[in-house]
Structures are given as C-alpha cells and as structure tokens.
Design a binder for this molecule. Structure first.
Ligand code: M6R
Length: 608
C-alpha cells in the first residue's frame, strides 16, 4: 500500500525522504514522488516504477528544500504512471495520500461545475483541489484543511505541504495509519514508525479522525471535532527496526529461516516450558466455559491461519467456530450474540477489511481478541485483548514467519480453552505443549531439506497450474501453499480438500499437472492416500509432503517425497509450513521473480 513521509528539517530533505520511502518499499508500490519548497515555492519530482527512477530524476534535477513530503503509490484510481503519481499539487499546496476517497466522484463533479480542471485520474487530486478552492476563498491553510476533512468519506491518511509555508505540514488520519515523529527542531510524518526509524524513536500514533499541524517545534493534534487533544508519545524499541536481509538474498528467505527462533520466542510468551502448561500473558474478561461460539475473521494468509485454528478450537476445546474472510464478514450482517468471542488475525493489524470487522464486532458488543504482529497497530489498540505474535518485522510481501507465529498463538489459545472447558486433561495438555515446544527444533530439521526442495522447484517452475491437496488442518495449509506459490511465482495454483478432488478438480489432472499433497501420518492419512491414488491413476505427478511413517505407508510412486520430521499430528501444520514456503520461494527465485515485492501486491492492505 501507499507510503507517506513528511519532514520539516534543517538540511535538504529530499534524500532523507527517499531513504525513508525505501523503508516502506515492502508495502508494495508502483510509482513514487517528492515535493519540497524551493525558495518558498513548491517543486516536485515524480516517477513511474521503483524508487531508483525517482532517484535518477532527483540526480538530474536535485531539490534542496528543507521541508517536504514524499510518497510511494500503490495504484487504486488511475494507472500507475507519472501523472497519477503523488504528490498532487496546485499553485497552493501539494498532498500525498494513502487509502481511498470514496466520494471523490461527487466532490469532483461539484468542483468541475465551479470551473476547476483536473489533471489526473486519481481520487487524491480532489483533496488538493478542495483545499485549494478554500484557500482561494481566503482561508488560511489550517482552516482550509479543517473545512475539507469532514467532507471526505473513505479510509485515508493525508499529508499536506503549502506553498510559501516553510514551517508547516499537516497530516490527517481517517482509517489509514499515520504517525508523528519528534526530532531536535525537526518534525516528521510517516505512515508507520518504520519509515521514521532513521530519524527518531520518539513517536505519536494519530488516532482515527485525528489531524495534526506540525511546525518545527512540535505538533498540535486535533480530533475529528476540531478540539485540541493530547496523544501519548511512545519510545520505539530499537530492535523493532531491525529490517535487513542478513546473509540472505531476499527478506522472504531470511524470514523463512528465522522461524525456529521467532516461533520459539512466541511460544515462550504463551507457554510455561517447565510446567508443560499454556499460560496466557493476559487475563481473560470472559470465561472459555461460557463461550457458545467463536467468530474468526481475517484476510489472506492470516485467514488461513484462522482456518487451521477452527480445527483446533473445535477438536481440542469443543467450541463451534465460524470463520469468514473479513471482506465478507463485515457486510454479511451475521447475527451475533453479545458475549460471544470475535477473533481477528492480522500480521499488520492495519488490514482495512479485518479492522472494519473488528469495529463491527465491537459495535455488536462482542469480546474482541486480535492476534497481531504489530503491537502498536490500530487493531491492537482497538481490541479488548491482544495476543501478540513475536515474529518481529515481516518485510517480504509473502507472509511466512507471521503465519507460523499466528498458528503458534492460536494453538496455545485452543489448548487454554480446552483446559478451561475440561475437554483436555492435564496429561493431554502436557503432551500438546511438549509437541509445541519441539516445533522450533523440528523446523530447523525441516530446513535441512532445502537443497532437495530447490531442485524440485526447478521442475515446478515449468508448470502452468499446480494443485495442492490436504485433509484436516492440511487442507487450509494446502490453500496456503497455493497462495504462496501464486503470489510470488504467478503460477496458477489452487488448494483443495483432498476429498473434494473427485467433485470437480480431478478433471484437470494430466501428466503436466503437479499435485502437491500434504499428508502427515495421522488418523486420516489413509483417506488421503486413496485420493493420491486417484491422481496417480490419471497420470498426475505427485509431490508428497509427509513424515517417515507416511513415506513408508503411502506405497505410491511419486515425483518426489519430502520427508519431514515426525511430529504430533496437531502441530503438523506449523512444521509443514516450512516446505510449502521454501517450495514457493525457490520456484519464484528460479523464475527470476521479484520475490519480496511481487507485482500488484502490497504488504499492508489498507483499502477495501
Ligand atoms: O496484515 P494482515 O495479516 O492482515 O494481511 C492479510 C493479507 O493481506 C496477507 O496475509 C496476504 O494474503 C499475504 N500477501 C499473504 O502472503
């Protein structure tokens, strides 16, 4: 998604803005731009494509202003070209924007009727023109922004720079995050604290509806009603900014390899290793015994983590679980009972659809529990309870370590629920906790298969379509495998419940179709073997991901069998995430794809 940076500095800010934008590259973008005041007047440089194109423009025609704003754009309205790139400017101001102005058409029509001419296809330009229109009527910048903001509908963050105002930036937050950074006689705006990390660790997160007037010596924050408000300042721990690739070629590779460590770290937060018990790091404001239902909503990989946990909550704690992708949940007007638990899963804690679902559940008076990776995120701040995943900053657009940490937290929650409801005995709990504790080490073991997986990936890269199959918790994992492969290699892939094969997808099977079957040796292994036989009989090329017992018992000719360490079947989806991630990663690398920033994708999806 789009990234925003603003600086009131003391030296030329354009290079600093570009550096900060680089830290936001992980969010995904397709054009970029900077505006500064050159001798008091607005000047812009913008470029289609990656930041290096903007840097080339700045090198040909440098900007020397000490106040400025910058942006990486992920196109929503209008093509990703230079004309549509931000900042958008008039003779009065420049503006950058993250999110969507939903009522831009009607606002634009109103302005056009007054003779205003538009240059771009974007929704953002309407903001520039509305504020400019107010300024032309004689309003000063702050007042012009104040009367414009209530007219905008949608989810957005904005940053304004004004011609002739070398001491003023205005930022506004309405549904998309924006943070203020404090420096020595310098002030900053950023769409997340990571962007501001090179400049300051002293940060305020604007709340929804807030807007802020930044001057060199500080910021005045106002709420949606225009009243002055105080918002807390946070010291951001240095460790949270550790975002380099280490010895790896890509962030995704680094993040896959970090999993034994971060899953272990997350586990230590939820489990008493010595007692072999789950100990949640928070008090519950409800009793698991009284829960009639859990409603889960999330998007993408986080949704699939939620889907795995449905099996866990239902089997281990006997709690019925409903699960939706958040973009459906928020509009389907589900009947909910006050006192039920609504559970949300999100790496970023900013995903627009998941956040909207959280707000819907809050309005319906449900208990809300969010499993999030970013503790300062909006979802973390707006939920009754936060169950943090300790995956650290995840930069690769393809979620990997956040997923396995989500699974770790969700399984811990399901075990705690099972104990509270008496559906798990202390011995069963200990067995599960011991199985969880063993996972980080087993993940390291699984990674020793990487070379084998890399060779297999070369074969996979020739495929046009790939089918992933699994039963039980391996079914959502099959969907996650397909999602991982398609998002970074652009090979079409589908994840299916193995038992559904014969109800349609089997028609696709021929000798060109790799079929990846995730089948740990468990109580439904034999059923999956039958489905594999159906594939083999039609010439399908099977890649089997299983354990030693499964490899022995399958009795099938496969294109390859990836033998993972033998684990307790309940924790198998955490472990088996490793081979599916590595397979997708190496396939995409072999095909020369941009693994960390796949086309059209964004890390944090703050639009509907
Ligand atoms: O930040 P979130 O976990 O809420 O993001 C949800 C999805 O956008 C995300 O998981 C997406 O599907 C990833 N690209 C998957 O790798």
């Amino acid at each position: 998604m789009c990234g925003i940076v603003g600086i009131i500095g003391n030296t030329p800010v354009a290079p600093q803005i570009v550096e900060a934008l680089k830290r936001l590259e992980y969010r995904g973008y397709d054009s970029a731009g900077v505006a500064t005041l050159e001798y008091g007047h607005l000047a812009r440089r913008r470029a289609e494509g990656k930041l290096r194109n903007l840097e080339a423009k700045l090198s040909d025609a440098p900007l020397s202003g000490v106040i400025g704003i910058g942006h990486t754009r992920w196109a929503t309205h209008g093509k990703p070209n230079e004309t549509n790139a931000h900042p958008h400017a008039t003779e009065k101001l420049a503006v950058v924007h993250n999110g969507i102005i939903e009522n831009f058409r009607e606002l634009k029509a109103g302005l056009e009727a007054k003779g205003v001419r538009f240059e771009t296809e974007t929704d953002t330009e309407v903001v520039a023109q509305l504020v400019t229109h107010e300024m032309r009527q004689g309003r000063p910048p702050v007042e012009a922004v104040a009367v414009t903001l209530p007219r905008l509908r949608g989810a957005f963050a904005l940053a304004f720079l004004f011609d002739g105002e070398d001491e003023l930036l205005i930022g506004a937050r309405h549904g998309a995050p924006l943070a203020i950074g404090y420096g020595a006689e310098e002030m900053y705006l950023g769409s997340d604290a990571l962007a501001l990390a090179p400049f300051t660790d002293d940060v305020t997160y604007l709340e929804d509806g807030d807007w802020a007037i930044l001057r060199r010596k500080g910021a005045d924050i106002r709420d949606a009603s225009g009243a002055m408000v105080r918002r807390p300042r946070h010291k951001i721990p240095v460790g949270s900014f550790m975002a380099d690739k280490g010895n790896h070629r890509h962030f995704m590779a680094k993040e896959i390899h970090e999993q034994p460590e971060v899953v272990g770290r997350t586990l230590a937060h939820y489990v008493n290793f010595t007692a072999g018990r789950v100990e949640l790091p928070f008090e519950l404001p409800f009793d698991f015994r009284a829960l009639k239902r859990i409603s889960i909503s999330a998007c993408g990989t986080a949704y699939l983590a939620g889907l795995v946990s449905k099996y866990w909550f239902e089997r281990l704690a006997r709690i019925p679980v409903e699960i939706d992708v958040a973009s459906e949940f928020r509009y389907r007007e589900a009947p909910l009972e006050p006192g039920e638990l609504a559970l949300f899963v999100s790496q970023s804690g900013e995903t627009a659809d998941t956040l909207a679902s959280l707000r819907y559940a809050t309005a319906e008076k449900l208990h809300t529990l969010s499993v999030v990776n970013v503790p300062t995120s909006t979802m973390a701040r707006e939920s009754t309870l936060v169950a943090q995943t300790l995956a650290g900053v995840e930069v690769g657009v393809a979620s990997t370590k956040a997923f396995t940490c989500q699974l770790t937290v969700l399984l811990s929650l399901a075990i705690a629920a099972g104990r509270a409801r008496g559906t798990l005995t202390p011995e069963e709990e200990k067995e599960l906790v011991d199985a969880l504790i063993a996972v980080p080490g087993q993940m390291s073991e699984a990674m020793k298969r990487e070379h084998e997986i890399e060779i297999l990936a070369r074969e996979l890269s020739k495929a046009k379509d790939v089918l992933y199959l699994g039963r039980g918790t391996a079914y959502p994992l099959a969907m996650e495998g397909a999602l991982k492969l398609k998002e970074i290699s652009y090979i079409h892939a589908e994840g299916y419940a193995a038992g559904e094969l014969k109800h349609g997808p089997i028609a696709l099977i021929d000798e060109t179709m790799p079929v990846i079957v995730i089948a740990p040796y468990d109580h439904i292994f034999e059923k999956t073997v039958s489905n594999m036989q159906e594939v083999a009989a039609r010439g399908g090329r099977i890649i089997l991901i299983t354990d030693e017992k499964g490899a022995l018992e399958s009795g099938l000719d496969t294109m390859a069998t990836l033998v993972m360490p033998s684990v307790h079947p309940v924790v198998a989806p955490i472990l088996n995430s490793v081979p599916i991630q590595l397979l997708a990663y190496h396939t995409a690398v072999f095909m020369g794809k941009d693994v960390d920033q796949p086309r059209n994708l964004a890390k944090s999806v703050t639009v509907e």
